[in-house]
Unconditional design. Structure first.
Ligand code: MN
Length: 132
């Protein structure tokens, strides 16, 4: 990342305190900017005024779950191009198709591994740049 560029902004939608701390630390240490939301509802509110480069979406959230929030995000043309990665403990074989069918662009399995999280984010941002 070039020093004079704006940091890549990641919207983290997660209600678990431990995961929030972990992801915040990983992203911050690797030069990413981070915006945090505790629920799907909060994420949608943020998206009405800010456009992150990528979204990390927990599936189980209070008020509005991650699947519903992602469906709403992807139904809005102003948000559709933002990649959404599911944060899921259920990323077993065969689950990926189900996750993708909900409109997610991919997933990161919990427990979160630093290298896998960073690789997933970088791959989606590269693909987004390609499509732009
Ligand atoms: Mn949760």
């Amino acid at each position: 990342m070039q020093g004079n560029e704006k940091p890549v902004m990641v919207l983290l939608v997660e209600d678990n305190q431990m995961n929030k701390i972990l992801v915040r630390e990983i992203l911050t240490l690797n030069g990413y900017g981070i915006i945090e939301a505790d629920s799907g509802t909060a994420a949608l509110k943020i998206l009405s005024t800010r456009k992150p480069d990528i979204i990390l979406m927990d599936l189980h959230l209070p008020e509005m779950d991650g699947v519903t929030a992602t469906r709403i995000i992807k139904s809005d043309s102003s948000n559709r191009s933002i990649p959404v990665l599911a944060l899921t403990a259920s990323a077993m074989k065969g689950e990926e198709d189900k996750i993708l069918s909900h409109g997610f662009d991919g997933y990161v399995a919990k427990p979160i591994e630093v290298k896998k999280l960073l690789a997933a984010i970088e791959a989606k941002l590269a693909k987004k740049a390609e499509n732009a």
